[in-house]
Design a binder for this molecule. Sequence first.
Ligand code: HEM
Length: 164
Amino acid sequence: MVKRTVVIPLAALALAAALWFHKEGHRHELYLFHPMAVHFPIALLTTGWVICALGRRAEWLPNAASWMLWVGTTAAWAALGLGLLAERTAPHVPPAWRTLNLHETLAYWTVGSFTALSLWRWRRENWRPRLFLLAWAAACAVLLATAYQGGELVFTHGMGVSAE
Ligand code: HEM
């Protein structure tokens, strides 16, 4: 059911976008997709922490926190993939290279830590909610540091910004 309603339209959309980009000669502008994706993990994983911290004040809260974590982690993987594509296709600015390396390293730590948190939440073995919340907060700090360095790339160094 989920397959039919979600996966098929998403796959069709991705295929149509890829064909359009290829046909219109935009394949070198694939870096434009990274900024489209990054806001989803940032919003879901930070707001998800707040929902998780609210505990059981309402019956639906723990379930909502789990789904925000899982969907946010999937979105972080998408941001990582599109970031690697952006690295290969965006116009490079040599003074930005140190920041780019730091941004990339932090992104791996972000995705790794949220993947571990997702598995922890899913297995629910030796469940330690306080420790879990603390670990989620630490992972959010790494995520926000990644996003900050991404902002530096664009708004300080002008990576991917046209001179026109
Ligand atoms: C969790 C993963 C990641 C997050 C949350 C993230 C976040 C961001 C943010 C917030 C920006 C600024 C976008 C804007 O507002 O214009 C950015 C730009 C950028 N990031 Fe990432 N990033 C991630 C992974 C990566 C990876 C793995 C790379 C590969 C080196 C990368 C390469 C870039 C590049 C080249 C830019 C500037 C050009 C562009 O926006 O396409 N990112 N990133």
